[in-house]
Design a protein around this ligand. Structure first.
Ligand SMILES: [Zn+2]
Length: 342
């Protein structure tokens, strides 16, 4: 019996230590979970979205990884499991100044914080590429700190206290996310309408071909290209707190990836590209990649260009340099596999 009791005591001490160590880093927990999810996703052991919430899918992923690597299977992210993740398991967030071409655990955590604040980059893959650098620059500008594209302690602090609402004093708004209507007309086909054994993932606004479509709120364009899953010419905007808004079937796209938009920014024109039987906007809202009914979040107001902001409306002739079928940038290919109905 003695060795078994000894083992139990050791396990207890380990648990107590783990709790003690975790406490000062409390504010980091969603970012830590997100970095873990990102690592598991790259190993095809996690199919959910990188949302920073440790749910059953995440625990299942840790177990599967531990089993694969012959580790003790407890579903807990201990030092041994973290080490086994290789470069995806290190270094910790805040232990270095992250810059272009860096990769690792901290980069994935940074990308999660950037997305939560609505700055892009569109996904958390642990690789500090051009989209991530652009997102860091946007965040630094928005938070009024030095704009250098380097993600050090100041940037991390601003992101943690800013858009996410981890612990209060925010430079960026932390209220609930609400959306303006992207076009003036009423809603035709509602959310969840049956479509050949699937359900509709958004709402449809029937509008005449060529009607300007405007961004429903503040955010960053993370996709602006043709989509083969039925959306046709599609623009996706990343907002705060894990929300994205999707605008499908455009005749013409008038936005580019990495563009910062506010409610009312012109992003395209109504059309019927993709799976559409007539001109309309397919408007979809997702929360951490799950399509939700946008109606409760919709304001009565229609997005319009701000008075005196002539840049809001550009004549179509001026948009010749936007190629609607331009290739999606690296890192946004996941949208190409998405379907209009689920
Ligand atoms: Zn639709």
């Amino acid at each position: 019996m003695r060795p078994i009791r000894g083992f139990g005591a050791a396990a207890l001490i380990t648990t107590v230590l783990a709790i003690t160590v975790a406490t000062p880093a409390q504010a980091n927990i969603p970012a830590r979970v997100a970095a873990l999810q990102s690592a598991l996703k790259s190993l095809h052991l996690y199919s959910g979205f990188v949302d920073g919430v440790r749910g059953p899918l995440t625990r299942h992923g840790i177990r599967a990884f531990q089993r694969r690597r012959g580790l003790h299977v407890d579903g807990i992210l201990g030092p041994e499991t973290r080490r086994a993740l290789g470069w995806r398991g290190r270094p910790g967030l805040g232990s270095r100044i992250m810059r272009y071409a860096d990769k690792g655990w901290d980069v994935a955590a940074l990308q999660f914080l950037l997305q939560r604040a609505g700055h892009g980059p569109g996904r958390a893959d642990g690789l500090f590429g051009p989209l991530t650098r652009a997102a860091v620059l946007r965040a630094q500008e928005a938070d009024g700190i030095r704009v250098d594209g380097l993600a050090g302690p100041e940037t991390i602090r601003a992101l943690r206290t800013g858009g996410g609402g981890d612990n209060g004093t925010a430079a960026t708004p932390t209220g609930p996310v609400r959306f303006l209507r992207p076009v003036p007309g009423p809603i035709g086909s509602p959310f969840g309408a049956p479509r050949n054994g699937y359900t509709h993932t958004g709402v449809d606004f029937p509008e005449p071909e060529g009607t300007p479509i405007r961004a429903a709120g503040v955010g960053t364009v993370i996709y602006a290209a043709y989509n083969g899953g039925g959306y046709g010419n599609l623009v996706v905007i990343q907002h705060r707190l894990g929300y994205t808004s999707w605008y499908g079937h455009m005749s013409r796209i008038a936005a580019h990836v990495g563009e910062s938009v506010t409610g009312g920014t012109l992003i395209g024109y109504v059309g019927q590209t993709g799976d559409a039987t007539g001109p309309h906007v397919h408007f979809e809202v997702r929360h951490y990649d799950t399509p939700i009914n946008p109606v409760p979040l919709l304001l009565n107001a229609v997005a319009s260009s701000a008075p005196g902001q002539a840049g809001g409306i550009a004549p179509e002739e001026c948009l010749g340099h936007w190629r609607p079928t331009r290739r999606p940038p690296r890192g946004s290919d996941w949208i190409g596999r998405e379907r209009l109905c689920r």
